[in-house]
Design a protein around this ligand. Structure first.
Ligand code: SUG
Length: 451
């Protein structure tokens, strides 16, 4: 199959703020109450998209979700006009207002799990929106995510959008952040590594003590089944509970894979050696003539703590030419000497396909625990499938310029927690998103556009 990986990046929404909503995500809780800059956040995200597009990689955007989610607050008993709902929630339940206002849909790696048509028995591209049941503010995303996916991937002969995994928090599913596909090239049959933190139906033993696990093994299994993947090409691995306790709330905080390469921390999994052995076995069965390049990062070089504060493993690993890959890392990696040195040596050694490291400033998103890889959803598409996606969401030099101008026109450069109740913020956000759907050529994708 001739296919390419397209990165769909979540466009940062106008309410980007620091509410400390994600226990277990160290950056989120430690920046609670800080003043954010939504305009800078959105421009940093767009600059990353442009950087990847300039490397010659297909790049597209996912529009943000409408926030504050007034409908959610109404469901919780706040009534009256929108301004009254916001004011009452701010007074009586400010944490619910914060959850309703989060711009968390920007972290598109949590939007859905995606598998390419070449891997599915029915020859279609499969999407399962993540239920994100582990965090209240994120549990508001799946419905809107499904609406957006249906608008972007409309042809049912080519694309299937499944329902999110049911079952609530016990069956938590966080999407592509806990799924890594490995293959000799993007178009070749893949081996799928699904990573979970707990089992919904087993008695919890030896789990994390400090922080919650977000992904259930049974949820990953449900996604693999729904996507019609060959069971022999699927491996389920358990995240190391000690890593979760160190702030590794998703697999993509402690490992990154691309093509035939897996870069992982030595302490990523509950039993790292067994995971690597099994992965090699499944890969070799599928591709007897190709080699899986596993690059372990020893704890004596990079501690779990340094991995979490630098977000090294949340780099994007991209193929820039046959056999050549680049690591798109957060600039924060340069501030941690052990990580900076490791990345330099990795490239200089020449022993792996990773031949370049680029550091990008994503500070606004990083303060909420979102690095380069969190901000994008990878979708492997054939040329015909890509042609079925509305052209307006593709990032070109021209769309980048138009989107950057749109951000400058609509976004604030300062947002403090008390601003979330400002009815003007809601009005501004709706105006911005309404204009965005026209800019991207998408028609109505938001409930507020329906009435
Ligand atoms: O779910 N942060 C997100 C970060 C998601 C990162 N994604 C991946 N690793 N793929 C989360 O914890 C913080 C919002 C706040 O605190 O205001 C937040 O939701």
């Amino acid at each position: 199959m001739n296919a390419r990986e397209v990165n769909f990046d979540g466009l940062v929404g106008p309410t980007h703020n620091y509410a400390g909503l994600s226990r277990g995500n160290v950056a989120s809780t430690s920046h609670r109450g800080a003043v954010s800059n939504p305009r800078a956040a959105a421009l940093q995200g767009l600059a990353k998209m442009k950087f990847l597009a300039d490397l010659g990689l297909p790049q597209a955007v996912l529009p943000p979700h409408p926030r504050p989610a007034v409908g959610f607050l109404r469901e919780l008993g706040f009534g009256g006009a929108d301004a009254e709902v916001l004011a009452a929630a701010a007074r009586r339940a400010p944490r619910l207002l914060a959850a309703a206002a989060s711009a968390s849909s920007m972290w598109a790696a949590n939007a859905a799990t995606v598998t390419p048509s070449g891997d599915a028995a029915d020859g279609r591209v499969h999407f399962t929106p993540a239920n994100l049941a582990a965090k209240l503010h994120r549990s508001l995303e799946p419905l809107q995510t499904a609406r957006i996916l249906r608008a972007l991937f409309p042809d049912p002969a080519r694309f299937v959008i499944h329902a999110p995994v049911p079952g609530g928090q016990a069956m938590g599913d966080e999407g592509a952040a806990n799924h890594t596909r490995l293959a000799p090239s993007h178009g070749a049959p893949g081996v799928h590594l699904f990573v979970h933190g707990h089992a919904a139906l087993a008695r919890a033993t030896g789990g994390p003590r400090k922080f919650p696990s977000r992904q259930a093994r049974e949820a990953s299994e449900a996604v693999a089944r729904a996507h019609a993947l060959d069971a022999g090409a699927v491996l389920h691995a358990r995240l190391n509970p000690a890593a979760i306790d160190a702030g590794v709330f998703h697999h993509d905080v402690i490992a990154v894979g691309n093509g035939h390469v897996l870069l992982h921390h030595e302490q990523a999994y509950a039993d790292t050696r067994a995971v690597v052995t099994e992965l090699r076995r499944r890969f070799a069965r599928r591709h007897p003539h190709a080699e899986l390049a596993v690059i372990p990062v020893p704890a004596r070089r990079v501690t779990l703590r340094d991995a979490v504060r630098s977000y090294l493993f949340n780099s994007q690993l991209v193929t820039t030419a046959p056999g050549r890959m680049a690591l798109i890392a957060p600039a924060d990696c340069r501030a941690v000497p052990a990580v900076r040195d490791f990345a330099r040596e990795l490239v200089e050694s020449g022993g792996t396909p990773i031949q370049e490291v680029h550091y990008l400033d994503l500070r606004q998103s990083m303060r909420n625990g979102g690095g380069p890889a969190c901000l994008r959803l990878r979708v492997v598409l054939t040329d015909a499938e890509l042609a079925a996606v509305p052209a307006g969401v593709r990032l070109t030099g021209e769309t980048h310029a138009r989107l950057a101008a749109w951000v400058r026109r609509h976004y604030r450069d300062r947002l403090a927690p008390r601003d979330l109740a400002d009815p003007q913020l809601l009005a501004e956000s709706q105006r911005a998103l309404d204009e965005l759907t026209r800019l991207l050529g998408l028609g109505s994708i938001y409930p507020f556009q329906q009435g």
